[in-house]
Design a protein around this ligand. Structure first.
Ligand code: NAD
Length: 518
């Protein structure tokens, strides 16, 4: 069978960017086997040594900063600043964050003892899982491969990464950077290819799959991983709402909407995909957003705000959402103008939830704006899709902000801001509903790449325990009286606790005497 080759094209000028041989299913299995063979040694490598290698990776990226940015922009066409800030800065920030915090996050945690074994100590350990398979998307091809990769390595796992077939040159870049860092053989494996290589990676039974991508693919991977019950984390799409109340800081909200909708040309899982604006300021808000959007420059390099759509077919989805919305009565307030594989920023008004653009992820430079009349209506509209990734609430009324945040079905919320909430590496990140399963980032994220092991350490000298065999005729009454004392309403719980622990002490010494008499 001839080997499949990936022939990616530049989204800027359509020229081919190299030839990348795809891995065969056998090579994917071998990569996972190499990862497994190395996983014990890597997992037993002291955390400080693992972090030392990651610090070296960080230093290499900084040394090669412009070259790394150039590789990302060549593959994606995004403006230089977006590659620098969205892909490179975030990657470096997470490495630096783990250098500071990983020791704490992964330290064993003592837990309180329990009345049935007051003599024992209890703790939770965070151990490596083994081999983690990472399947990455194309929109932030460096960040969304590197942050999970780095997290998995810090937690002591080896990694098999499958970058997106749309941007294999960034996958190759990651491979080169890891090779220069000097990770031991088998710690980081990169397998290039499309969906079938992703499927082969799932079938190769890594100890965990970490997937970032679309809802449709997430469902397929979940079904496949379920056959082996491979643990899975899914970071999927979003239809993130922005709720603008009449008392919001107006200019800040306008600029926030424009940035949130058009950064990375709207190809962000947490971009503002729909904005709801309180009726009294709706017209003024639409006019101000339209004006600000018209000022954005489309292109690439350092003098552009918006790049093209990275994946060729993405433009078709944007066109389809526009056609559907316009046919159902929406109006564009900006020109419908293609620029290469991209668009000038598109602002839509008079939209409704009957339109795809308000309920399905568009993942392009489109900002639909809809008025609302009350807080309950705004909440109902915001929660009215199958997604639940990020959301933002804009108001000067702190009590209202807290109320609305609480009512939103979303994994992440920002008040009077967009997107910056997800850049804080201390916070967990993930989605609700069809936006995904699980959390990464923050302590939760590092522990998501760990085996959470509950440990009991018993140094008792007694030969048996009250609850062990043999069951005595009196045992039922003894346990019953304990239940009444501890869980009953009277006497007061504190007193009951004292009674129970006295009783336990007596029972234990009885057992100990019995044990030594045998
Ligand atoms: P996609 O689902 O098409 O592809 C993602 C990856 O999955 C690619 O590497 C692809 O080759 C692989 N893949 C495709 N089919 C597969 C299969 N059957 N089995 C195994 N692997 C398979 O997504 P995309 O178009 O690359 O990325 C865009 C999507 O990603 C958007 O929906 C966006 O919202 C989402 N996304 C989510 C987050 C997040 O953190 N929640 C971040 C970025 C992007």
């Amino acid at each position: 069978m001839s080997r499949t080759e990936l022939l990616p094209i530049s989204p800027v000028d359509g020229t081919q960017i190299g030839v990348f041989p795809a891995a065969t299913p056998g090579e994917v299995r071998e990569a996972v086997e190499r990862g497994r063979a190395t996983s014990l040694a890597w997992g037993n490598t002291p955390l400080r040594e693992r972090l030392r290698l990651l610090a070296r990776l960080r230093a290499i990226i900084v040394e090669e900063l412009d070259a790394v940015v150039a590789r990302v922009t060549a593959a994606t066409g995004k403006p230089d600043l977006e590659a620098l800030a969205g892909d490179v800065y975030t990657t470096l920030d997470f490495i630096a964050h783990y250098e500071q915090s990983a020791e704490n996050y992964l330290a064993s945690e003592p837990r309180p003892s329990h009345r049935l074994a007051p003599h024992a100590s209890f703790r939770v350990d965070y151990e490596p899982l083994g081999v983690v398979g990472i399947i990455a998307p194309w929109n932030y091809p460096l960040q969304l491969a590197m942050v999970p990769l780095v997290t998995a390595l810090v937690a002591g796992n080896t990694v098999v990464l499958k970058p997106s077939e749309v941007v294999p040159s960034v996958g190759a870049l990651i491979q080169e950077l890891c090779a220069r860092t000097g990770f031991p053989a088998g710690v980081v494996e990169v397998v290039q290819g499309g969906p079938e290589v992703g499927e082969a990676l799932v079938d190769a039974r890594p100890d965990k799959i970490f997937f970032t991508g679309s809802v449709a693919t997430g469902k397929k991977i979940a079904a496949r991983a379920a056959e082996q019950l491979t643990p899975l984390e899914l970071e999927l799409g979003g239809k993130d709402p922005m709720l603008v109340f009449a008392d919001a800081p107006f200019d800040r909200a306008v600029n926030g909407a424009v940035y949130g909708a058009f950064v990375n040309a709207g190809q962000v899982c947490v971009s503002v995909e729909r904005a709801y604006v309180e009726a009294p300021i709706y017209e003024r808000f639409v006019a101000a957003v339209t004006e600000a959007a018209r000022r954005l420059r489309v292109g690439s390099g350092r003098a552009a705000d918006l790049g093209p759509l990275i994946r060729p077919a993405q433009a078709d989805l944007v066109e389809a959402h526009l056609d559907d919305a316009l046919a159902k009565g929406a109006r564009l307030t900006t020109p419908r103008e293609r620029v290469g594989n991209g668009f000038r920023p598109l602002v839509l008004r008079d939209v409704s939830h009957a339109m795809r653009v308000m309920t399905e992820e568009t993942f392009g430079p489109v900002l639909p704006l809809m008025p609302f009349r009350s807080e309950p209506e705004a909440i109902e509209l915001a929660n009215g899709t199958r997604y639940g990734l990020n959301a933002s609430v804009w108001t000067r009324d702190r009590a209202r902000a807290e109320r609305v945040v609480r009512a939103l079905v979303a994994g992440n919320c920002a008040v009077n801001n967009v997107l910056l909430n997800i850049a804080n590496p201390h916070l967990p990140f993930g989605g609700e509903r069809e936006s995904g399963w699980g959390r990464y980032h923050g302590p939760e994220g590092l522990r998501a790449f760990s085996r959470v092991k509950a440990v009991m350490l018993d140094e008792s000298t007694a030969t048996s325990e009250m609850s062990w065999f043999p069951y005595r005729a009196t045992s039922y009454e003894v346990v019953k009286s304990l239940i009444v004392a501890v869980f009953g309403e009277a006497p007061a719980l504190a007193k009951a606790g004292a009674i129970a622990s006295q009783w336990l002490g007596a029972a234990r010494s009885l057992w100990r005497r019995e044990g030594s008499a045998r």
